[in-house]
Ligand binder design. Structure first.
Ligand code: ZN
Length: 383
C-alpha cells in the first residue's frame, strides 16, 4: 500500500478491524473490513477505497437528500441551535477576505448548502459549483445558473478563473487527493485561495473507522499535500470547527514546509489501539453473554458501530434513543425505542454513545439502576 499524499510505500496497516462489515460516515453498513495505514514520512492515515467508489458517489452517497432544509446541529449555545452550515459560513468569513464580486467555486459541493446560504449573505459573489454526481442538480438550479455548474469534469474556460475554491468535507472521500489538489490549483487565479475543511480524526475518533473516509488527514500530511501541489501560506486550524481541520492555502511559488511527524504518528498508533480495544470489548462481551437478550443505547454513529462490530447482532432486541425523532424508526431492521421502553428480558445494554459523555448520560437514568441490566461501556478496561 502506498501513501496517497507522499507516495511512500507502507508495509502494514496500524489498524485492522475484526469485522467484515463496516460503517460509512452516513451510518450505512457496507461489506468490507477497515484497515488503516500510517505513513512514516508525512504521517498521513489512509484506508482502502472500496471497489465501486465512482458509482457510490454518483448515486449512493445521499447526504441529507431527504429534506432540503435538513441540516446537522453543530452546537447548542445559550439555548440557541447553531447549525453546521451556519457555523461553516461564520468560519469562512472569519478566515477569508472575500473581495466584492469574487469568483468562487465549490469543488465537490454535493448539495452546496453552505454556498447557497453564503449567497444569501453575500449576494455579490459569483458562485460556481462542481461535483462528481448529477443527483444534486435540482438544488444547484435554485441559486446558480446552469452555465456555472459542472459535473464530472470542469470546462476548459474555468482554468485560472477563480479567486477562491472551497471544499467542505470532500477530500477525505477522494482516493487520489494529489490529483484533486492539482486540479484545484489549476482552476485558481495566481494568488487565489484554496479554503477547505476535512475531518480531524484526533478530534473526532469516529472518523478513523468509517469505510468511506479513505483519507484521515493529519496537520502535517495536509500541509505536505498542499505544499507539493504548489500552494504557499498554508494555515491549518484544528480549533475553529470541532472535530475538523480548517485550512487556507494560496496559489503561488512553493516553499517547502518542514514536517514534524513523530508526535502525530504516536497519536495515530494510540488511536489504532483505542479502536482495537473497543472491538475486543464488543467481541468478549458477545462471548461472555452468549444467548442473552441485548439492546444498544444510542442509534447514532456509536450505536451503529457496535451493531456493525458484533458477531451476534441477532441477540439484539432493539436500540434505545432519547431523541423523539429517532423513536419509532428502525436501524438495521431493529426497532428504535424510548429508553424507558427497554424490554424486560434484556439483560445486557451496550452504551453506544460518544465515550466522553457516555457515563454521565447513563448515571442520569435512575430507573435503569433498579433494573437487572449489565451496562457495557466501549472504553472500559478489559480485565
Ligand atoms: Zn505520506
Amino acid at each position: 500500500m502506498h501513501c496517497n499524499v507522499c507516495l511512500t510505500e507502507i508495509e502494514k496497516p496500524i489498524y485492522a478491524a475484526n469485522s467484515n462489515q463496516s460503517l460509512t460516515s452516513l451510518c450505512e453498513l457496507r461489506d468490507g473490513q477497515v484497515n488503516v495505514w500510517s505513513c512514516p514520512v508525512c504521517s498521513h492515515l489512509r484506508s482502502e477505497a472500496f471497489a465501486d467508489t465512482v458509482a457510490y458517489y454518483e448515486s449512493d452517497y445521499k447526504i441529507l437528500l431527504s429534506d432540503e432544509e435538513e441540516d446537522q446541529i453543530y452546537e447548542v449555545k445559550e439555548g440557541e441551535i447553531v447549525y453546521r452550515t451556519d457555523h461553516q459560513i461564520t468560519t469562512l468569513l472569519n478566515k477569508l477576505n472575500l473581495p466584492a464580486g469574487a469568483t468562487v467555486l465549490d469543488y465537490g459541493c454535493a448539495k452546496a448548502s453552505t454556498l447557497k446560504k453564503l449567497s444569501g449573505v453575500r449576494t455579490d459573489l459569483n458562485i460556481h459549483l462542481f461535483d462528481v454526481s448529477s443527483m444534486y442538480k435540482e438544488y444547484w438550479n435554485k441559486f446558480v445558473s446552469a452555465d456555472k455548474c459542472a459535473i464530472h469534469t470542469t470546462p476548459e474556460s474555468w482554468a485560472s478563473n477563480f479567486d477562491v475554491l472551497t471544499s467542505f468535507f470532500a477530500l477525505e472521500h477522494i482516493p487520489e487527493p494529489i490529483d484533486t489538489v492539482k486540479k484545484v490549483h489549476a482552476l485558481l487565479k495566481d494568488d487565489g485561495v484554496f479554503y477547505g475543511i476535512v475531518p480531524d480524526t484526533f478530534g473526532n475518533v469516529a472518523d478513523f473507522v468509517v469505510i468511506d473516509h479513505v483519507n484521515h488527514f493529519t496537520a502535517p500530511s495536509l500541509a505536505y499535500l498542499l505544499d507539493s501541489a504548489g500552494f504557499r501560506d498554508i494555515q491549518i486550524d484544528d480549533v475553529a470547527h470541532r472535530g475538523a481541520l480548517v485550512f487556507t492555502a494560496r496559489k503561488g511559488t512553493q516553499s517547502s514546509a518542514a514536517l514534524n511527524v513523530a508526535e502525530t504518528i504516536t497519536r495515530s498508533e494510540e488511536l489504532a489501539r483505542y479502536w482495537e480495544a473497543v472491538n475486543q470489548r464488543i467481541s468478549h462481551t458477545s462471548q461472555a453473554y452468549a444467548g442473552v437478550a441485548k439492546a444498544i443505547y444510542g442509534s447514532g454513529f456509536y450505536g451503529a458501530y457496535i451493531a456493525s462490530a458484533m458477531n451476534d447482532f441477532d441477540s439484539v432486541t432493539c436500540f434505545l434513543d432519547a431523541s423523539p425523532f429517532q423513536q419509532g424508526k428502525e436501524l438495521f431492521s431493529k426497532p428504535i425505542l424510548s429508553p424507558q421502553s427497554l424490554p424486560e428480558d434484556v439483560k445486557v445494554l451496550y452504551v453506544g454513545l460518544n465515550p466522553s459523555i457516555a457515563r454521565a448520560v447513563m448515571d442520569e437514568m435512575r430507573w435503569l439502576q433498579e433494573r437487572d441490566v449489565s451496562l457495557v461501556f466501549l472504553d472500559e478496561q478489559l480485565a
